[in-house]
Design a protein around this ligand. Structure first.
Ligand code: UT7
Length: 323
């Protein structure tokens, strides 16, 4: 008997405030044309004053629970991937637990920056396979607008806010690649690349800090490492690119998404792309793309998906799952 962590529900939340590229032209030496050409981003959503990572995560989680036909009390574990928790502690996950009215089980944050959702999925899978949890809410939620240096045109035009969530449930599979659920995971990190992407504040400085990035260096690592981790995850699952229905990549830059798909030998017709509408929402980008891809009718039950992400750390990884 093989236990699989199967997707039962998906949902997302985007703040209502939409900011088009052209709005940055008033305050920065930038243009809509530059942002589109270099990143593929056209607009992004920014949280309003009352909105937080935990409030957006709660909205997304409730939608995923509704789709699964479950209540918060049916969930054993809640994992929230975020680098922008509302407070230093408690975890944003326990705040979501309270907001959902979930009294049982346990909740914790995972911090792997833009790779956070892939790390959260792998950990949720491990909890389910080890029998420690039967149903897990896996959420990615971020308010990167609150760690932007609005005078730095090389970063502040790239990021956005939002949240996405999945409900995973243990189900018996046959042990074959035809099973629904998570088929393999691959996680990596290398802390020697800290300087490429970090926030210059935190407990040690007494400030929240701002995101700092050597974008073109991160870009170079991204295509190579994303293609490598996706290939490893596919090998671990026993599938090839020909079996894949959808690549659901971290949405940082259309050129990274295209470059990675090309390296994997997969056509862009098989890639879910939302970066034009969301910008880079860090750990929220993959669950947002899963939810939007599902709502668009692209992702259907039985489809084979590869998700891959890279971010600060550097940390990167991939998950292969059958929807
Ligand atoms: O999600 C976590 C991982 N993060 C990423 O994956 C981001 C990875 N990096 C990228 O997406 C791209 O590197 C960027 C979109 C950040 C930049 O694109 P690029 O093609 O690598 O450009 P660049 O950094 O090499 O900069 C080219 C030029 C520079 O000017 P000079 O030095 O050539 O005169 C920049 O100062 O573009 C300039 N520039 C801008 N110009 C207009 C940088 N930002 C802007 C801007 N508007 N907003």
């Amino acid at each position: 008997m093989t236990i699989r962590a199967v997707v039962k529900g998906v949902g997302h939340y985007l703040p209502t405030r939409v900011v088009e590229n052209a709005e940055f032209e008033a305050s920065l030496e930038t243009t809509d044309a530059w942002i589109r050409a270099r990143s593929g981003i056209e607009r992004r959503h920014f949280a309003s004053d009352g909105e937080t990572t935990s409030s957006m995560a709660t909205e997304a989680a409730q939608k995923a629970l509704d789709m699964a036909g479950l209540g918060a009390s049916d969930i054993d574990a809640l994992i929230l991937a975020t680098s922008t928790a509302d407070f230093t502690f408690p975890s944003a996950a326990t705040m979501v637990q309270a907001q959902l009215g979930m009294k049982n089980g346990f909740a914790f944050d995972i911090q792997a920056v833009c790779a956070g959702f892939v790390f959260a999925l792998a950990n949720a899978n491990a909890l389910i396979l080890s029998g420690q949890a039967r149903r897990v809410l896996v959420i990615g939620a971020e308010t990167f607008s609150r760690i932007m240096d609005w005078t730095d045109r090389s970063t502040c035009v790239l990021f956005g806010d939002g949240a996405g969530a999945l409900v995973l449930e243990a189900e018996e599979g046959h042990g074959s690649t035809e099973d629904r659920g998570i088929l393999s995971t691959d996680l990596n990190s290398d802390g020697s690349y800290r300087e490429l992407l970090y926030v210059d504040g935190g407990v040690s400085t007494g400030t929240t800090g701002y995101l700092r990035m050597q974008g073109n260096q991160v870009f170079r690592h991204a295509v190579e490492k994303l293609a490598a981790t996706a290939t490893t995850a596919m090998e671990n699952a026993g599938v090839t690119g020909a079996d894949v229905d959808w690549v659901v990549p971290h949405q940082a830059n259309i050129r990274i998404i295209q470059g990675t798909a090309k390296k994997l030998g997969l056509p862009m017709e098989k890639v879910v792309v939302t970066v034009q509408d969301h910008g880079n929402t860090s750990a929220a980008s993959i669950p947002l793309a899963l939810s939007v891809g599902h709502a668009r009718g692209q992702i259907k039950q039985g489809d084979l998906l590869v998700t891959e992400a890279i971010g600060g750390g550097l940390a990167w990884g991939a998950v292969v799952l059958r929807w």
